[in-house]
Design a protein around this ligand. Structure first.
Ligand code: ATP
Ligand code: PRP
Length: 219
């Protein structure tokens, strides 16, 4: 855990920071630098008791789990893969909303392949969610771990299907893929280190309340 006087909030650049910025502003928190342009990874704010740390989206739960950050903002996709150990997840912020879906090439007969008991090759960054989804359906899959650009995998012959996030559907369309099954709705959640919340409730609880009312106002 950090110094007793400062609360550390872990965020990722890009979409999560962009969509969190209005909530931070509504909670009275103004970053001293723009993380999109600054190379610094620890960013002070106008509040001496609040600082930001900028990490990869998939690393946010890890920083919070181990208390290197007290709070964080992470997508449900990332939280599901992490497993949530040591984390309290008090608030769905309703930002960075999308769906985790199974997608296949436009001409691929998914239903037929499944009916025949074929073993599908599925490329994804989301191994746990994919494994559980297909196991629940009784579909046999070989999972191939990727770190991004999942849409390329079927086009390049690496996989029959992908599990990825879909928002507008533009990326799927641009690559002649179609979404066939929803695995889960995804949005970003505020996460809190469980021990920090107990020990430093006086500092953290007011921040949770600020976020809660910021979300209600922006809803
Ligand atoms: P990492 O850098 O750790 O690999 P990433 O590249 O997936 O992560 P972002 O693209 O910034 O990081 O996504 C952060 C979060 O935003 C995701 O975990 C997900 O919850 C959400 N997200 C991803 N894609 C979309 C999308 N197209 N529309 C809305 N939300 C999305
Ligand atoms: C995400 C996701 C899809 C895309 C879906 O990628 O992995 O590729 O968004 O959004 P759409 O349905 O609106 O097209 P992102 O833009 O975050 O790129 P990344 O995977 O390289 O981070």
């Amino acid at each position: 855990m950090n110094s007793d006087a400062t609360v550390t909030l872990a965020l990722s650049k890009g979409r999560i920071f962009d969509e969190t910025a209005p909530l931070l502003a509504a909670a009275g928190i103004a970053p001293a630098q723009n993380p999109e342009t600054s190379r610094e990874l620890i960013i002070a704010t106008n509040r001496p008791d609040v600082r930001l740390v900028i990490v990869r989206a998939s690393d946010v739960p890890t920083y919070v789990q181990y208390g290197a950050a007290d709070l964080g903002i992470a997508g449900k996709d990332v939280l599901y893969e992490h497993g949530g150990a040591g984390l309290y997840q008090p608030l769905d912020l309703g930002i960075a909303a999308c769906k985790m879906m199974v997608a296949v090439p436009e001409g691929f007969d998914y239903v037929g392949a499944v009916r025949q008991g074929a073993r599908l090759r599925v490329a994804t960054k989301y191994l746990r969610a994919a494994r559980e989804h297909f196991a629940a359906k009784g579909v046999h899959v070989d999972l191939i771990k990727l770190y991004g650009s999942m849409e390329l995998a079927p086009l390049a012959g690496l996989a029959d299907a992908i599990v990825d996030l879909v928002s507008t559907g533009n990326t799927l369309r641009a690559n002649r893929l179609r979404a066939i099954e929803e695995i889960m709705p995804v949005s970003a959640r505020l996460i809190v280190n469980q021990a920090a919340l107990k020990v430093r409730r006086a500092l953290i609880q007011p921040l949770l309340e600020s976020f809660e009312s910021a979300v209600t106002t922006h809803a």
